[in-house]
Every structure is written in structure tokens, then in C-alpha cells.
Design a protein around this ligand. Structure first.
Ligand SMILES: *[C@@H]1O[C@H](CO)[C@@H](O)[C@H](O)[C@H]1NC(C)=O
Ligand SMILES: *[C@@H]1O[C@H](CO)[C@@H](O)[C@H](O)[C@H]1NC(C)=O
Ligand SMILES: *[C@@H]1O[C@H](CO)[C@@H](O)[C@H](O)[C@H]1NC(C)=O
Ligand SMILES: *[C@@H]1O[C@H](CO)[C@@H](O)[C@H](O)[C@H]1NC(C)=O
Ligand SMILES: *[C@@H]1O[C@H](CO)[C@@H](O)[C@H](O)[C@H]1NC(C)=O
Ligand SMILES: *[C@@H]1O[C@H](CO)[C@@H](O)[C@H](O)[C@H]1NC(C)=O
Ligand SMILES: *[C@@H]1O[C@H](CO)[C@@H](O)[C@H](O)[C@H]1NC(C)=O
Length: 326
């Protein structure tokens, strides 16, 4: 992988968070690397013109078939380490002040441990390495400190239909419902379609599942803000931020299974499929290696960070040792 994505470094010290141990590939993804001999070829065979949605399980198996490029990853981690020494929040993240709402994270120490795992060949796929790096950066819970490794960004794991949080009378605690139910919710009670709130997601009570989802799909440094960010958001859509206004539940870079099972208070159960969406042209992809060659650059997002803070390291460099700021 190349360090082509940009990294925004923020000078003010919003402190931020956790999961140095969780900063590891989700075990939901294990097993896919043995699915078929060439899942990327299988995926490519389903690619027809203008189709950007793929079966999630096959897309995951394809990602899992990308061989680890140890030398490339070592180069990227050394580069990240060098770059992140100027990230002003690292000491706070390592030792959060009282009242900090997420667990602390030793970012540079975690990079070292990913490096150590790479060197003893712990990783089954390049995707797993990159996902660990992605989760590690996310564990800072700071939207001014983001980095999306290239293979992580090839597929977005999307669901059709968002979530809303609505109080039935404006006084009682809100329930979580599907956004498609909103018109029926606000319609007169004579409507023949009776909506019902969600009680369980994937068999887990809805609040616990959403809080866990918010923790691995973060945006902000506050768990409540991250919970809100899951939901369909009318004001944000009105601000033309339609890519975010639909809420984080619609999709992201963290794979959470082939589908999402919702149980409603009325007893109905619905299975919502996950679609793997990509802008990479998958034609003539034959295996994990050719997938990587074709899609890694195609996926590199032109992130909308301000030009003054944009750091791009496309060229090779020699890491310069500096003393640890902490
Ligand atoms: C998956 O991860 C969870 C949380 O880290 C852990 O408790 C569980 O044992 C893991 N399961 C497998 C099958 O590795
Ligand atoms: C694909 O999309 C382009 C641009 O929208 C359109 O011109 C073309 O007809 C589409 N092709 C097919 C096969 O749908
Ligand atoms: C996900 O989808 C793949 C491919 O369709 C399938 O082989 C696999 O069993 C599915 N995994 C789960 C957990 O349902
Ligand atoms: C692995 O990384 C090295 C160093 O960046 C690069 O020269 C090489 O082309 C990469 N190999 C593959 C198969 O992408
Ligand atoms: C139960 O509620 C869900 C969500 O509002 C709805 O889609 C479904 O049709 C309802 N089931 C029945 C039997 O009314
Ligand atoms: C990213 O930026 C480059 C250079 O400005 C441009 O050529 C390319 O089309 C952009 N890619 C996307 C996906 O917007
Ligand atoms: C970024 O800033 C540089 C230097 O001021 C300028 O040359 C370049 O055009 C700017 N790029 C964008 C995308 O605004």
C-alpha cells in the first residue's frame, strides 16, 4: 500500500480515545480467505457496466485474498510514525485527562506492535493489516485526525435505509425506527400501515448494538455525538451534506457481516443485506494481487481536508529518527 491518502493534523488538543487492543481486524472477517480459490475473479465475473454494488461476502473474501506486502507495509508504518510524531494530541491520547469519555490509546506504541506482528507474519491478508491501521486511527475519535488506508477504502459496506430516533409524544424517551417508517409515523393513526420500533439488531438489544456500532464507526470525541451520527439527520441533509446526512448506519468502511437482522416490537424480523459498493472497475481482475494493483490507487480518496494541512507522501523517503514527544 502507498501512503497516498491525506492526513489532517489538527493543532488543537481535543483529546481522544481508545481501542489499542480493539484496533485489530474484526473477527467477523476471519474465514473468508479460505472461501474460494479466487474470490476476486468471482467478484469480477459479476461486474457488469455501471454496477457498483456487490455481494458483501464475496467482496470480503476478495479483500482477504490480497497477500500481505510486508516491505510496503513497513514503509507505510515508518512513514506514519514519522508523520504522527507531530500530532499534538498523542500525549493526551496515551494518558487521557479525568473526564475523558473513551479509553486512551498509545498510537505510536500501537503502530510498533502492528509492525512487530507484521514482522512475525501474524497477518493473513493485506486488508487485515490496513484495517488495523484504520481502526487505530479511528480509536483517536477525532475527525481532525483521520487516515483511510487505500485497500480499506475500496469497498464501502452499505445498507439501504437509515435509522431515526423519535419520541412518540415528544416527552417519552425516543425509540429507534427505520427511516422508511417516518412518513407513516407522522401520518394520522388511521394509516393502515402500523409501524413499530426496533428492539433488537443482530439479536442484541438495539441501544447496546448502536453504542457498539458508534464506537467502531466514530466521527467525534463524544460517545453521544457518535450515537447521534448513526441517525438520519434532517438538518444535515438540509445543509447539503447528503453524504453524511443519511447517517452512519447507511454504510462505512467497517464490515459488520453480510446482513443486519432487525427485530421490531411487533415481532416482525427483517434481514437487511449489506452491499459492497466500489468505484473501482473490477473487470479483468483475476486474483487478490491484480485486485490490489487495480483498485488501491483507484480508491485513494481525495479527502476534503484544508489545503494548508494536507500532507501527501507519495514519494519515497528516508525516515528521520526524532525523539518521542511524549
Ligand atoms: C471475537 O472478538 C471478541 C472481542 O474481541 C472475542 O471476545 C471473541 O472471543 C472473538 N471470537 C473469535 C471466534 O475469535
Ligand atoms: C452507464 O452509465 C453511463 C453514464 O451514466 C451511460 O451513458 C451508459 O448508457 C450506462 N451504460 C449502461 C450499460 O447502462
Ligand atoms: C457471507 O457471504 C458469503 C458469500 O456469499 C458466504 O459464503 C458466507 O457464508 C456468508 N457469511 C455469513 C456469516 O453469513
Ligand atoms: C510491495 O511494496 C513494495 C514497497 O513499497 C513495492 O515496491 C512493491 O511493488 C509492492 N508489491 C506489490 C505486489 O504490490
Ligand atoms: C412491524 O413493524 C415493522 C416496522 O415498522 C413493519 O415494517 C412491519 O410491517 C410490522 N409488522 C406488522 C405485522 O405489522
Ligand atoms: C483526485 O484528484 C486528482 C487531482 O486533482 C484528480 O485527477 C482525480 O480525478 C480525483 N479523483 C477523484 C476520485 O475525485
Ligand atoms: C494548494 O496550495 C498550493 C500552494 O498554495 C496551490 O499551489 C495549490 O493549487 C492548492 N491546491 C488546491 C487543490 O487548492
Amino acid at each position: 500500500m502507498r501512503l497516498i491518502s491525506s492526513l489532517a493534523i489538527c493543532a488543537f488538543a481535543i483529546t481522544v480515545g481508545p481501542l489499542s487492543s480493539q484496533g485489530r481486524a474484526q473477527n467477523l472477517t476471519t474465514g473468508y480467505n479460505t472461501l474460494t480459490a479466487q474470490p476476486c475473479a468471482q467478484l469480477s465475473a459479476t461486474a457488469v457496466q455501471n454496477v457498483t454494488n456487490f455481494v458483501a461476502g464475496i467482496a470480503m473474501a476478495c479483500l482477504q485474498s490480497i497477500p500481505v506486502n510486508v516491505s510496503g507495509d513497513v514503509e507505510v508504518i515508518n512513514g506514519l510514525t514519522m508523520l504522527l510524531r507531530s500530532q499534538s494530541t498523542l500525549p493526551y491520547l496515551k494518558n487521557p485527562p479525568p473526564g475523558y469519555l473513551y479509553p486512551g490509546v498509545d498510537v505510536l506504541g500501537s503502530l510498533d506492535s502492528i509492525l512487530a506482528d507484521l514482522e512475525v507474519e501474524t497477518y493473513a491478508s493485506e486488508y487485515d493489516v490496513q484495517m488495523d491501521l484504520y481502526n487505530l486511527v479511528n480509536s483517536a475519535y477525532d475527525f481532525h485526525f483521520t487516515w483511510i488506508p487505500d485497500v480499506v477504502a475500496v469497498f464501502s459496506w452499505n445498507r439501504k435505509g437509515g435509522l431515526i430516533s423519535v419520541s412518540s409524544d415528544g416527552l417519552s424517551l425516543p425509540d429507534v425506527s427505520r427511516s422508511v417508517d417516518f412518513p407513516a409515523l407522522v401520518a394520522s393513526s388511521s394509516s393502515s400501515y402500523q409501524t413499530s420500533p426496533i428492539t433488537l439488531i443482530n439479536g442484541v438489544d438495539v441501544e447496546s448494538w448502536l453504542n457498539a456500532f458508534a464506537a467502531v464507526n466514530p466521527y467525534d470525541h463524544d460517545p453521544d455525538a457518535n450515537y447521534d451520527n448513526i441517525m438520519f439527520d434532517v438538518p444535515r441533509i438540509a445543509m447539503s451534506d447528503s453524504s453524511n446526512g443519511g447517517g452512519a448506519f447507511l454504510g462505512g468502511f467497517v464490515y459488520q457481516g453480510n446482513d443486519t437482522v432487525m427485530t421490531f416490537a411487533n415481532g416482525t424480523v427483517r434481514r437487511i443485506p449489506t452491499y459492497a459498493e466500489t468505484s473501482c472497475d473490477l473487470s479483468r481482475v483475476t486474483d487478490g494481487v491484480s485486485f490490489f494493483q487495480k483498485c488501491k490507487a483507484a480508491s485513494s480518496p481525495n479527502q476534503s481536508v484544508s489545503n494548508s494541512t494536507k500532507v501527501t507522501t507519495e514519494n519515497s523517503y528516508t525516515p528521520v529518527p526524532t525523539s518521542d514527544p511524549s
